[in-house]
Design a protein around this ligand. Structure first.
Ligand code: SF4
Ligand code: SF4
Length: 285
């Protein structure tokens, strides 16, 4: 399989498989550990955070949109359990390239056509939480289109390289960016083999309270964490009539697990051993 349009690259940063629990605005989460230099990097993080903490307090990223609104995605006192591993299964056999998933994400999270902002950025600079890519079999020329977004890796290199801890993975496998402490260094963009992250170049005024965004920070698919924590499907899944299934990969009785058991699934760039939470069917060529 040749990921021609997505131009996937291999990151030099390979993750470790350990984790630690940290209580944050998102609840009790598991931040993947970085490496043996962890304590040194933690010191740097504390220095950065110590220097910016006063400035962070009370910051808004747009009129009426407070950074602390991210806390609404999950009650602070409610721990998120690693018993659950949220995932999305995409059957490319049924994907007709209608773009409904992209449009739904834009509307739900207030980017692209769902926003009046980012009018001055080049097309390649604009937000891209989800996009469609074409994969081609080099031998036969057979091609398929599929939706590509943050793959919510079990071992996310974006988290490993983040110097401030802004990139983190929740206990339930959802990978997020904490806009409170993202300094916009874009290391995570370089580390992500799926090109899943975007950097905001412009001041934003038109955004959703539950999906705050901000100039100078990085963002990506949140798996619609605000909906998931409310017992709903991600917006893209609800918008797709035929090819997307959302559910708990750890629950053998969930629809997604049963479908994977019946027909199997493919991880994009499985060779990287990141164990993405997003799986695909119909790519066996
Ligand atoms: Fe991180 Fe998502 Fe990229 Fe995986 S796909 S490295 S979780 S941004
Ligand atoms: Fe972390 Fe990415 Fe923000 Fe840098 S740009 S602080 S790596 S989330």
């Amino acid at each position: 399989m040749n990921m021609q349009q997505s131009q996937l690259t291999v990151s030099n940063a390979m993750p470790t498989h350990q984790g630690r629990l940290i209580n944050t605005n998102y609840g009790l989460i598991n931040r993947s550990r970085m490496n043996n230099n962890d304590s040194m990097i933690d010191q740097k993080r504390r220095a950065i955070l110590g220097g910016t903490a006063a400035a962070i307090a009370g910051l808004t990223i747009a009129p009426g949109v407070f950074l602390t609104e991210t806390a609404h995605a999950k009650p602070v006192d409610e721990a998120i359990s690693s018993k659950t591993r949220w995932g999305i299964l995409i059957d490319t056999n049924n994907c007709n390239d209608c773009n409904d998933c992209v449009t739904a994400c834009e509307e739900e999270n207030g980017w692209g056509s769902g926003s009046e902002d980012e009018q001055n950025s080049r097309p390649d600079q604009k937000a891209q939480w989800i996009r469609t890519v074409k994969v081609t079999d080099k031998k036969t020329g057979y091609a398929k289109t599929l939706p590509m977004m943050c793959q919510h890796c079990e071992h996310p290199p974006c988290v490993d390289v983040c110097p401030t801890g802004a990139s983190f993975k929740r206990e339930d496998g959802i990978v997020l960016v904490d806009k409170h402490i993202c300094i916009g260094c874009r290391y995570c963009m370089m580390a992500c083999p799926y090109k899943a992250r975007s950097f905001i170049h412009e001041t934003l005024t038109d955004q959703r309270s539950y999906a705050p965004r901000g100039k100078g920070t990085v963002e990506s698919c949140t798996m619609c964490v605000h909906r998931v924590d409310n017992g709903e499907n991600p917006a893209c899944v609800d918008a797709c009539s035929s090819s997307m299934t959302f559910g708990d990969l750890n629950d053998p009785d969930s629809d997604i697990s049963k479908e994977l058991e019946r027909h199997g699934g493919t991880q994009i760039r499985a060779d990287l051993r990141l164990n993405p939470g997003v799986r695909y069917q119909g790519l066996n060529f």
